[in-house]
Design a protein around this ligand. Structure first.
Ligand code: FE
Length: 287
Protein backbone atom coordinates (compact mmCIF):
# COMPACT_ATOMS: atom_id res chain seq x y z
CA UNK A 1 0.00 0.00 0.00
CA UNK A 2 1.49 3.32 -1.08
CA UNK A 3 0.64 6.03 1.44
CA UNK A 4 2.52 8.97 -0.03
CA UNK A 5 0.65 10.38 -2.96
CA UNK A 6 -0.34 13.75 -4.34
CA UNK A 7 -3.92 14.98 -4.42
CA UNK A 8 -5.73 15.24 -7.74
CA UNK A 9 -7.33 18.56 -8.65
CA UNK A 10 -10.63 18.91 -10.49
CA UNK A 11 -12.13 22.34 -11.17
CA UNK A 12 -15.06 21.39 -13.39
CA UNK A 13 -16.45 17.96 -12.54
CA UNK A 14 -17.81 15.88 -15.39
CA UNK A 15 -21.51 15.10 -15.21
CA UNK A 16 -23.30 11.85 -15.96
CA UNK A 17 -24.45 11.67 -19.57
CA UNK A 18 -26.34 8.41 -19.28
CA UNK A 19 -26.91 5.44 -16.96
CA UNK A 20 -26.70 1.98 -18.50
CA UNK A 21 -27.89 -1.22 -16.85
CA UNK A 22 -26.44 -3.70 -19.31
CA UNK A 23 -27.91 -6.81 -20.86
CA UNK A 24 -28.23 -10.29 -19.37
CA UNK A 25 -26.60 -12.73 -21.73
CA UNK A 26 -24.57 -15.90 -21.81
CA UNK A 27 -21.25 -16.59 -23.48
CA UNK A 28 -18.65 -19.34 -23.67
CA UNK A 29 -20.21 -22.67 -22.70
CA UNK A 30 -23.26 -21.05 -21.15
CA UNK A 31 -21.72 -18.67 -18.62
CA UNK A 32 -24.37 -16.22 -17.47
CA UNK A 33 -23.17 -12.64 -17.35
CA UNK A 34 -24.24 -9.03 -17.75
CA UNK A 35 -22.83 -7.24 -20.78
CA UNK A 36 -22.53 -3.72 -19.40
CA UNK A 37 -20.68 -2.15 -22.32
CA UNK A 38 -22.48 -3.41 -25.41
CA UNK A 39 -21.59 -3.08 -29.11
CA UNK A 40 -23.73 0.02 -29.61
CA UNK A 41 -21.51 1.92 -27.12
CA UNK A 42 -18.18 1.11 -28.78
CA UNK A 43 -18.06 4.44 -30.61
CA UNK A 44 -19.06 6.47 -27.57
CA UNK A 45 -16.61 4.70 -25.28
CA UNK A 46 -13.76 4.24 -27.78
CA UNK A 47 -11.14 2.71 -27.05
CA UNK A 48 -13.20 0.28 -24.94
CA UNK A 49 -15.10 -2.43 -26.82
CA UNK A 50 -16.87 -4.42 -24.15
CA UNK A 51 -17.35 -4.81 -20.41
CA UNK A 52 -18.80 -8.00 -18.99
CA UNK A 53 -19.73 -8.32 -15.33
CA UNK A 54 -20.10 -11.80 -13.96
CA UNK A 55 -21.26 -12.53 -10.44
CA UNK A 56 -23.03 -15.58 -9.13
CA UNK A 57 -23.04 -18.02 -6.25
CA UNK A 58 -24.74 -20.64 -8.42
CA UNK A 59 -22.10 -22.86 -10.07
CA UNK A 60 -24.56 -23.67 -12.89
CA UNK A 61 -24.11 -20.04 -14.01
CA UNK A 62 -20.35 -20.32 -14.53
CA UNK A 63 -19.05 -23.88 -14.18
CA UNK A 64 -18.62 -24.66 -17.89
CA UNK A 65 -16.42 -21.60 -18.42
CA UNK A 66 -15.02 -20.54 -21.76
CA UNK A 67 -13.47 -23.50 -23.60
CA UNK A 68 -10.93 -22.92 -26.41
CA UNK A 69 -11.76 -19.79 -28.41
CA UNK A 70 -9.77 -17.33 -30.53
CA UNK A 71 -9.12 -13.58 -30.29
CA UNK A 72 -7.37 -11.10 -32.59
CA UNK A 73 -6.85 -7.34 -32.68
CA UNK A 74 -7.38 -6.13 -29.09
CA UNK A 75 -6.63 -6.75 -25.40
CA UNK A 76 -8.67 -8.42 -22.68
CA UNK A 77 -8.33 -7.44 -19.05
CA UNK A 78 -9.91 -9.88 -16.61
CA UNK A 79 -10.30 -8.78 -13.00
CA UNK A 80 -11.33 -11.59 -10.69
CA UNK A 81 -12.87 -10.18 -7.50
CA UNK A 82 -13.76 -13.60 -6.12
CA UNK A 83 -13.27 -17.11 -7.38
CA UNK A 84 -10.63 -19.00 -9.33
CA UNK A 85 -10.26 -19.23 -13.10
CA UNK A 86 -7.61 -21.20 -14.93
CA UNK A 87 -6.46 -19.97 -18.29
CA UNK A 88 -4.33 -21.63 -20.89
CA UNK A 89 -3.36 -20.41 -24.35
CA UNK A 90 -1.91 -21.51 -27.65
CA UNK A 91 1.48 -19.94 -26.89
CA UNK A 92 1.89 -22.28 -23.92
CA UNK A 93 0.99 -19.78 -21.21
CA UNK A 94 -0.94 -21.14 -18.29
CA UNK A 95 -2.06 -19.39 -15.11
CA UNK A 96 -4.54 -19.31 -12.28
CA UNK A 97 -6.44 -16.10 -11.73
CA UNK A 98 -7.95 -15.69 -8.27
CA UNK A 99 -9.30 -13.40 -5.55
CA UNK A 100 -8.40 -9.89 -6.64
CA UNK A 101 -5.99 -10.87 -9.42
CA UNK A 102 -5.82 -9.47 -12.94
CA UNK A 103 -4.92 -11.10 -16.22
CA UNK A 104 -3.92 -8.66 -18.94
CA UNK A 105 -3.83 -10.34 -22.33
CA UNK A 106 -2.85 -8.74 -25.61
CA UNK A 107 -4.33 -10.95 -28.32
CA UNK A 108 -2.49 -9.07 -31.07
CA UNK A 109 -2.31 -11.18 -34.24
CA UNK A 110 -3.94 -14.08 -32.47
CA UNK A 111 -4.38 -16.38 -29.51
CA UNK A 112 -6.57 -19.37 -28.87
CA UNK A 113 -7.24 -19.80 -25.19
CA UNK A 114 -9.55 -21.27 -22.58
CA UNK A 115 -10.82 -19.75 -19.36
CA UNK A 116 -12.18 -22.44 -17.04
CA UNK A 117 -13.42 -22.02 -13.44
CA UNK A 118 -11.44 -24.03 -10.89
CA UNK A 119 -14.18 -24.26 -8.31
CA UNK A 120 -17.38 -26.22 -8.02
CA UNK A 121 -19.08 -24.07 -5.42
CA UNK A 122 -19.02 -20.59 -3.96
CA UNK A 123 -19.09 -17.12 -5.40
CA UNK A 124 -17.49 -16.21 -8.71
CA UNK A 125 -17.37 -12.49 -9.40
CA UNK A 126 -15.40 -10.23 -11.68
CA UNK A 127 -15.13 -8.19 -14.85
CA UNK A 128 -13.73 -8.61 -18.31
CA UNK A 129 -12.92 -5.41 -20.18
CA UNK A 130 -11.91 -5.32 -23.85
CA UNK A 131 -9.48 -2.58 -24.86
CA UNK A 132 -8.95 -1.92 -28.55
CA UNK A 133 -5.50 -1.82 -30.16
CA UNK A 134 -4.56 0.87 -32.68
CA UNK A 135 -4.42 -0.32 -36.31
CA UNK A 136 -0.61 -0.30 -36.18
CA UNK A 137 -0.57 -2.77 -33.26
CA UNK A 138 -3.41 -5.14 -34.12
CA UNK A 139 -1.03 -7.73 -35.57
CA UNK A 140 1.60 -7.45 -32.80
CA UNK A 141 2.84 -10.62 -31.11
CA UNK A 142 0.50 -11.84 -28.36
CA UNK A 143 1.47 -10.95 -24.78
CA UNK A 144 0.05 -11.62 -21.42
CA UNK A 145 0.71 -11.17 -17.74
CA UNK A 146 -0.95 -12.30 -14.53
CA UNK A 147 -0.97 -10.02 -11.52
CA UNK A 148 -1.85 -11.50 -8.13
CA UNK A 149 -3.84 -9.12 -5.91
CA UNK A 150 -0.72 -8.34 -3.85
CA UNK A 151 1.15 -7.25 -7.01
CA UNK A 152 -1.40 -4.57 -7.96
CA UNK A 153 -0.39 -1.04 -6.89
CA UNK A 154 -2.83 0.47 -4.39
CA UNK A 155 -3.12 3.48 -2.11
CA UNK A 156 -5.49 4.99 0.42
CA UNK A 157 -6.55 8.64 0.19
CA UNK A 158 -6.90 10.98 3.17
CA UNK A 159 -10.68 10.49 2.83
CA UNK A 160 -10.22 6.75 3.39
CA UNK A 161 -10.83 5.57 -0.16
CA UNK A 162 -8.77 2.58 -1.17
CA UNK A 163 -7.79 2.63 -4.83
CA UNK A 164 -6.39 -0.34 -6.71
CA UNK A 165 -4.55 0.70 -9.88
CA UNK A 166 -4.91 -1.83 -12.66
CA UNK A 167 -3.84 0.59 -15.39
CA UNK A 168 -2.77 4.18 -15.82
CA UNK A 169 -1.81 6.65 -13.13
CA UNK A 170 -3.69 8.21 -10.22
CA UNK A 171 -2.54 10.48 -7.40
CA UNK A 172 1.02 10.17 -8.69
CA UNK A 173 0.98 6.37 -8.35
CA UNK A 174 1.56 4.25 -11.46
CA UNK A 175 -0.76 1.33 -12.20
CA UNK A 176 0.20 -2.22 -13.10
CA UNK A 177 0.03 -1.62 -16.87
CA UNK A 178 0.44 1.43 -19.09
CA UNK A 179 -0.34 1.72 -22.79
CA UNK A 180 0.93 4.60 -24.93
CA UNK A 181 -1.72 4.77 -27.65
CA UNK A 182 -4.85 4.74 -25.49
CA UNK A 183 -3.47 5.71 -22.04
CA UNK A 184 -6.06 3.52 -20.29
CA UNK A 185 -6.97 4.27 -16.68
CA UNK A 186 -8.56 1.40 -14.74
CA UNK A 187 -9.17 1.89 -11.03
CA UNK A 188 -11.09 -0.18 -8.52
CA UNK A 189 -12.38 2.13 -5.78
CA UNK A 190 -13.51 1.04 -2.32
CA UNK A 191 -15.28 4.02 -0.77
CA UNK A 192 -16.51 4.28 2.82
CA UNK A 193 -19.88 6.04 3.23
CA UNK A 194 -19.50 9.80 2.89
CA UNK A 195 -16.04 9.71 1.30
CA UNK A 196 -15.33 11.09 -2.15
CA UNK A 197 -12.67 10.29 -4.72
CA UNK A 198 -11.29 12.88 -7.10
CA UNK A 199 -9.70 11.95 -10.41
CA UNK A 200 -8.49 14.37 -13.06
CA UNK A 201 -9.16 13.25 -16.64
CA UNK A 202 -8.20 14.81 -19.97
CA UNK A 203 -11.42 16.07 -21.61
CA UNK A 204 -10.75 14.10 -24.79
CA UNK A 205 -10.62 10.78 -22.89
CA UNK A 206 -13.86 8.82 -22.79
CA UNK A 207 -14.76 7.59 -19.31
CA UNK A 208 -17.27 5.57 -17.33
CA UNK A 209 -17.89 4.46 -13.76
CA UNK A 210 -19.48 1.08 -13.07
CA UNK A 211 -20.79 0.66 -9.52
CA UNK A 212 -20.86 -2.88 -8.12
CA UNK A 213 -21.63 -2.27 -4.43
CA UNK A 214 -23.65 0.45 -2.72
CA UNK A 215 -24.58 3.77 -4.29
CA UNK A 216 -22.47 6.72 -5.35
CA UNK A 217 -23.26 10.22 -6.57
CA UNK A 218 -21.47 11.82 -9.52
CA UNK A 219 -22.08 15.57 -9.93
CA UNK A 220 -25.52 15.17 -8.36
CA UNK A 221 -26.60 12.01 -10.18
CA UNK A 222 -27.15 8.91 -8.06
CA UNK A 223 -25.57 5.77 -9.48
CA UNK A 224 -26.65 2.54 -7.77
CA UNK A 225 -24.95 -0.85 -7.89
CA UNK A 226 -25.32 -2.57 -11.24
CA UNK A 227 -25.29 0.65 -13.27
CA UNK A 228 -22.62 2.09 -15.53
CA UNK A 229 -22.49 5.89 -15.66
CA UNK A 230 -21.14 7.19 -18.96
CA UNK A 231 -19.47 10.51 -18.16
CA UNK A 232 -19.79 13.63 -20.28
CA UNK A 233 -16.47 14.78 -21.70
CA UNK A 234 -16.87 18.40 -20.59
CA UNK A 235 -14.82 19.10 -17.47
CA UNK A 236 -11.36 18.23 -16.20
CA UNK A 237 -12.13 15.21 -14.06
CA UNK A 238 -14.64 13.29 -12.01
CA UNK A 239 -15.69 13.32 -8.36
CA UNK A 240 -17.22 10.08 -7.07
CA UNK A 241 -19.01 10.44 -3.73
CA UNK A 242 -20.14 7.43 -1.70
CA UNK A 243 -23.72 7.76 -0.41
CA UNK A 244 -23.12 4.51 1.49
CA UNK A 245 -20.20 2.07 1.54
CA UNK A 246 -19.59 1.53 -2.16
CA UNK A 247 -17.32 -0.08 -4.71
CA UNK A 248 -16.91 0.98 -8.31
CA UNK A 249 -14.54 0.71 -11.21
CA UNK A 250 -13.49 3.89 -12.97
CA UNK A 251 -12.29 3.41 -16.54
CA UNK A 252 -11.04 6.04 -19.01
CA UNK A 253 -8.93 6.20 -22.13
CA UNK A 254 -7.91 8.17 -25.20
CA UNK A 255 -10.13 7.30 -28.18
CA UNK A 256 -8.46 5.82 -31.25
CA UNK A 257 -10.91 7.34 -33.72
CA UNK A 258 -10.38 4.45 -36.13
CA UNK A 259 -13.00 2.30 -37.88
CA UNK A 260 -14.15 -0.72 -35.84
CA UNK A 261 -14.96 -3.97 -37.63
CA UNK A 262 -15.98 -6.71 -35.21
CA UNK A 263 -16.93 -10.30 -35.80
CA UNK A 264 -17.36 -11.97 -32.40
CA UNK A 265 -13.91 -12.39 -30.84
CA UNK A 266 -12.10 -10.59 -33.68
CA UNK A 267 -11.86 -6.79 -33.80
CA UNK A 268 -10.15 -5.24 -36.81
CA UNK A 269 -10.56 -2.03 -38.83
CA UNK A 270 -12.10 -3.35 -42.07
CA UNK A 271 -14.33 -6.17 -43.28
CA UNK A 272 -11.47 -7.38 -45.50
CA UNK A 273 -9.31 -7.82 -42.39
CA UNK A 274 -12.12 -9.75 -40.72
CA UNK A 275 -12.40 -12.04 -43.78
CA UNK A 276 -8.63 -12.57 -43.64
CA UNK A 277 -8.85 -13.33 -39.91
CA UNK A 278 -11.61 -15.91 -40.47
CA UNK A 279 -9.51 -17.54 -43.21
CA UNK A 280 -6.43 -17.54 -40.94
CA UNK A 281 -8.43 -19.16 -38.14
CA UNK A 282 -9.97 -21.75 -40.46
CA UNK A 283 -6.56 -22.64 -41.90
CA UNK A 284 -4.77 -22.77 -38.55
CA UNK A 285 -2.70 -19.61 -39.14
CA UNK A 286 -4.23 -17.49 -36.36
CA UNK A 287 -2.16 -18.82 -33.48
FE1 FE B 1 -11.22 -15.08 -24.13
Amino acid sequence: MVDTHREEVVNVARRVERLVSGKETSDGAGVRLTRVLTGDLQRRLDPFLMLDAFGSDDPDDYIAGFPDHPHRGFETITYMLAGRMKHKDSAGHEGLLQNGGVQWMTAGRGVIHSEIPQQEEGVMEGFQLWLNLPAAEKMCPPWYRDFAAAELPRFRTAAGVEAILIAGESHGVAGAVTRAATAPLYLDLHLPAGAHFIQSLPAVHNAFVHVYRGTVAIAGTEVPAGRMAILQNEGDGVVVEALEDARAILVAGRPLGEPIAQYGPFVMNTQAEIQQTLADYRDGRLA
